[in-house]
Write a protein that binds this ligand. Sequence first.
Ligand code: ZN
Length: 212
Amino acid sequence: MSSILSVCWTISALHAPRPWLHCSHCGTQSPFQSSDKIRVNANGKRLDIWLIYRCVICGNSWNRPIMERTPIHAIDPAQLQRLMSNNRETARHLAFDLASLQRQVKKIEEFSDMAINKTVLNASANAAVLEITCALQKASIRLDRLLATELNLPRNQVQAMTKAGHIVIQADGKRPLRRPVHNGMRIRVALPEVDDADALITAATGGNHNQL
Ligand SMILES: [Zn+2]
C-alpha cells in the first residue's frame, strides 16, 4: 500500500511577453501582442518567416522576423511544416521565446500570472507524504512563492518547514526556495508535520484527491 499522495502541477504562463514599439499609426510607443499567426514568404529557394504582432491600442501590425532569407533546405522539414501550416503551438512557442525577442526589441513587458493545473497521479487514503512534481510550460516562478500560494501556507512557514526537513526539495544548488522552479522538480511534504493536513491536501490537489 502506498503512503504517498502524488500530484503533478503543470505550471503555464498565461500571457506571452509584449514588445513595446513605436506604432506608426498611434504615433507613440505601444505594447504589441502576438496574434499567434505566422507568415511565410518564399523567395526562390529562400524563406522569410515572421510572427505577426498587433498594437494593442490600434491593431496596427508588426512582423517580427523569425527567419530571414533562410535556405529552405536549412530548415528542419517538420518545423517547416508547422510554420507553413500556422501551427498554434509553434506560434505560442515563438511568442514565449523571450531570449530571442530580447535580441530584437529593447523594451519588453513580462507577465507573472500563470495557470496551475493540478493532477493527482496516485492517491492514498492515509498518505504520510505529499509528493509534488512540477511540469513547467513557458513559465518562471520562484519556488517559495509557488509553494506558499498553492499550498496556502505563509511563506515563512514554507521556509521553516524546509529548514526542519518537513519539506524536502529535490534540487541542485543551495537555497532552492529562492530560485525558479525547474521542470521535473520534486517536492516532498511530510503530512504528519502539517497543522492542517486536510486543508493542505485540498490545496495541493485542487480538491481532486478523492477522485481516484
Ligand atoms: Zn497603434
